[in-house]
Design a protein around this ligand. Structure first.
Ligand code: HEC
Length: 126
């Protein structure tokens, strides 16, 4: 009789573990495909969590009410200059009235930022 609460407790802890594991799996950022080039791996590592693998926005980010816009919108993307994309990625969107977009200048070298700026354009070219 005395064991019952212990078993219930163990089951509850196990259930919590499964729940936490499932959540972690759901929220984990997607991995780049094998053979991905440097720009693509950078995009997966620093951008896909919000913008989604294909640039259409990630439902994971939507869960946290982040609306990252649509990087596949060709007219919009074509209207953005290379310098704007570079500065946006380096300094974040705040200086340009797009506060949701974080700065990556502290984490990325300039040549990697340039790679990303070029990669972002390929998302609307498909
Ligand atoms: C924390 C989430 C988040 C991450 C990470 C993120 N972004 Fe964004 N990004 C946003 C949001 C939110 C917007 C829309 C901002 C707005 O409209 O106010 C945005 C907008 C943009 C835009 C469109 C700007 C425009 O003027 O239309 C581009 C391009 C962009 N991000 C590229 C990137 C790149 C490249 C990376 C990786 C280095 C990245 N983002 C990482 C959230 C994010």
């Amino acid at each position: 009789m005395i064991r019952r609460p212990l078993i219930a407790l163990a089951l509850a802890i196990a259930a919590l573990g499964v729940l936490a594991g499932g959540l972690a799996w759901l929220l984990d950022a997607p991995k780049p495909p094998p053979g991905a080039d440097r720009a693509q791996r950078l995009y997966y590592a620093f951008c896909a969590e919000c913008h989604g693998v294909d640039g259409r926005g990630s439902w994971r980010a939507a869960l946290f009410l982040v609306r990252a816009g649509d990087l596949t919108n060709a007219p919009r993307m074509a209207s953005l200059s290379d310098a704007y994309l570079f500065d946006l990625i380096k300094h974040g969107g705040a200086p340009f009235g797009r506060p949701g977009m974080p700065a990556s200048g502290a984490r990325l070298r300039d040549d990697d930022i340039a790679l990303l700026a070029r990669h972002v354009r390929t998302l609307s070219a498909r």
